[in-house]
Structure formats: C-alpha cells, structure tokens
Ligand binder design. Structure first.
Ligand code: DSN
Length: 422
C-alpha cells in the first residue's frame, strides 16, 4: 500500500554534511528520533520522500509575488506551471471552485479569509480552544481574538459533542459576520450542513477549517463542506500528508477577495518550493492508495479507542469517528502533562490536551490527544495499534518503575524497527 510513498532514498542530506556538519547532525538526530519513536500526535504525519525532495528543490530560489500569469517579477514562467498544477489538483481533490495554495500555514489561511471578509471589530463565532477549537478561531491571545470580537461555542456537557442549539442561539444573539466550523481535538463527524443553515439564518458567512480532517474529506470518508461553505481552509501536512503549509478554497464569488487578502494583504513572495511540494502531495492524494490509507487511519483510531475503553479509560464523547480521540486521565490520577512526559520517556509521543470544561489549565490539562495518521503511515493496522494502546496503558500505570519503563521502551523500539518510516 505504501510503495508510492516509499520511493528511493534522497541523497540531499549528504550535501549538507559537506558545508554544515552541526546542522547535518541535527537532521540525522531528528531522523533517528522520528524512526525510533512512535508518533501519536494527531496533527503530525511523515511526508513522502517525493514531497521532501520538492521542498528541497531549486524552486526555493524564485521570487514570484502575484499569481500565475500576473507576477511582479520576471522569470516566473516555470514556477507559474508549478502553482497552476497545485491549484488544479487541489480543486480536483476537493471539488472546489477556487483554490489559493499560497498561505504559509493553516493560521495564515484563516487570516486570509478574515482579511478578505472582515473589518477590525467585526464579530466572529468559532469553537472554543479548550473544547477542541483552534487559536485562530478567535482566541484572545491570537490575532483573531485581538482584532475581532470573538464569541465561542463549546460542546454539549453531557454528550461532549457539538450542540447546534447552543450554536444557533449564540449566532442569533451575536449576529456574527462569519461562523467558523472546524477543530483540532474533536473526534466526531462535523455536520457542515447544519452550520451552513445557521449561518444562512443570521446572514453570516460560513468558513470550514478542515485542517485536521482534510485527508478524510479528500478520501470521502468524512462529509465535505465544499457545497455548504463560502470558505474552506486547511493545512496540507496533517491527514493530507503533504508538506507543512496552508490553503484556502472558496466559491468563485470570493476568489478575488481571498487572493488579494493573501497577497499583498498578508504575505509577500509565495514559497514556490512549498507550493511545488503541495502539488506533489495533492497528486498522491488523488491516487486510489490514498483513500485506502485514510480508511485505515479511521479503522485504527476506532480500534485503539475500543482497546482503551476495555482498559477502563474514559474517551471524550465516548469514542471517535475520525483519526483521533482524547483520553480523560482524571480517574488515573495523572494530568496531561505528566502523561505526555511519562510516555515520551518510553518513545511514545503524544500531546497533552484539554478535555471539555477541563478543571486544569491548558499548561497541565486533564487529558492526552491520540491520533493514528502517523502510525498508519508506518503501515500499522488494528492489531498493532491495539498493542500500542496496551503499551501506553502499561507506561501510565507503572511509571514509577524504571525497570518497567525500560522494558516498554525496548518494546517501542521493536515496533519502530518492524515498521520503519522511510
Ligand atoms: N497545532 C495543531 C494541532 O496540533 O492540532 C493545530 O494547528
């Protein structure tokens, strides 16, 4: 299944050693860290070699402010072709009318939409960070919460799922200019049609931030927001498995405003090497193998969540429909930070995460977020991820015994050797 991803090894790294031994060693060290640990961070993945090679290409040399055919620099004829390929493949993958592939990150994709549609002081309605939203959905420490008046919906306290009655009430009360759907720690299917209906009722624009579930949507495993949203933003490096970066898709009616807000409104020269790598990532995502991979990610998350339930862990919302879930650790007398550190000591990499209405601050949290995209990229299936759930449980229950932790670490190394990344 992974053959198209595991192409021949790149030799670029060896050229670094010739000029910068210190940096060469850092890259080697990170490569070893990635190969010798199991990554359960839901927002991370391993970029295919072809994507890494596009990132390391000569396209990094070119300034190309503007858009294909409309640049402010000479010599853009070749990079124009790369950007057009990225745009066309992105549109084909998601069925979008317009795609801007220039945003450097997901945050900048969201910024581009806000700058295209809002004035400072306008009201935005998004999901609160602690319940699973994102900083750029109006958090007070982020530009989105500083420039705009932000109102947040949470989750239903009983179901720990989106509460459309609450979202509707807030929308009618605050009349936001834009409503934002999307999350970074929400394990359930998002009903984009319901969001669109509420936006229509209050004459708001509707933006879906699909950064986490873009791969699932591309593979048609999660419903797409394209038919419902004015704007769809994403990153390209999570389930989508391309290079680190962002993108905005929108209807034709908003295309010019989004393009202008991105450049010159927000960014200068586009990162043409990153855009080329996005094109490669989209091409891979258009292959039949990609849908098989996405299906396995979801099956793995469901299997792992099931195993944790058997081991007596409470899963936020009771389960998962996508690539991730959040474990509530309060009954295990550990906070998220402690769990993250214990697990890292044996080579299991997770991130602490708030549970809904968390009594602990974001620095500590009461949970950890677990995602299966990276393990699935390594080739693991249900049997293996169930075994990894047991290793996590074992480490969290026996963290006071160094001998025990050492034996778990050896076990983790064995899995890593059996399922290499590259
Ligand atoms: N920081 C990302 C995540 O981990 O979900 C969201 O941008």
């Amino acid at each position: 299944m992974n053959d198209i991803y595991k192409s021949t090894k790149s030799t670029k790294i060896s050229t670094i050693s010739a000029v910068d031994q210190a940096l060469y060693e850092i890259i080697q060290e990170e490569m070893r860290r990635e190969e010798q640990t199991l990554n359960l961070i839901a927002s991370e993945n391993y970029a295919p070699r072809a994507v890494l090679d596009a990132l390391g290409s000569v396209l990094t040399n070119k300034y190309a402010e503007g858009y294909p055919g409309r640049r402010y620099y000479g010599g853009c004829q070749v990079v124009d072709k790369a950007e057009l390929l990225a745009q066309e493949r992105c549109k084909e993958l998601f069925g979008a009318e317009h795609a801007n592939v220039q945003p450097h990150s997901g945050s900048q994709a969201n910024m581009a939409v806000y700058f295209a549609t809002l004035n400072p002081g306008d009201t935005i309605l998004g999901m609160s960070l602690t319940e699973g939203g994102h900083l750029t959905h109006g958090h007070q420490v982020n530009f989105s919460g500083r420039l705009f008046k932000s109102v947040h919906y949470t989750l239903n306290k009983d179901t720990e799922q989106l509460d459309f009655d609450q979202i509707r009430t807030l929308a009618h009360e605050h009349k936001p200019r834009i409503i934002i759907a999307g999350a970074s720690a929400y394990s359930r299917t998002i009903d984009f049609a319901q969001f669109a209906q509420i936006a229509k009722e209050v004459n708001a624009l509707f933006m879906a931030d699909i950064a986490h579930i873009a791969g699932l949507i591309a593979a048609k495993i999660h419903p797409s927001p394209i038919a419902h949203a004015d704007f769809v933003t994403s990153t390209t490096h999570k389930t989508l498995r391309g290079p680190r970066g962002g993108l905005v898709m929108c209807t034709k009616a908003h295309a010019q405003a989004v393009d202008k807000a991105t450049m010159p409104g927000m960014q200068g020269g586009p990162l043409m090497h990153a855009i080329a790598a996005k094109a490669v990532g989209f091409k891979l995502a258009l292959q039949p193998e990609f849908a098989v991979y996405q299906q396995q990610i979801v099956r793995n998350a469901a299997a792992m969540a099931d195993e944790f339930k058997k081991l007596d862990y409470r899963i936020v919302s009771g389960g998962t429909d996508n690539h991730l879930f959040v474990l509530d650790l309060r009954a295990h007398h550990l906070n998220g930070k402690q769990a993250e550190q214990i697990l890292e000591s044996v080579g299991l990499i997770v991130n602490r995460n708030c549970i809904p209405f968390d009594p602990n601050p974001a620095w500590l949290t009461s949970g950890i977020r677990i995602g299966t995209p990276a393990l699935t990229t390594r080739g693991m299936a249900q049997k293996e991820v169930r075994a990894i759930a047991h290793l996590i449980d074992d480490a969290l229950k026996n963290y006071e015994s160094t001998t025990h932790l050492n034996s778990i670490k050896k076990e983790v190394r064995k899995w890593c050797t059996q399922f290499p990344i590259y």
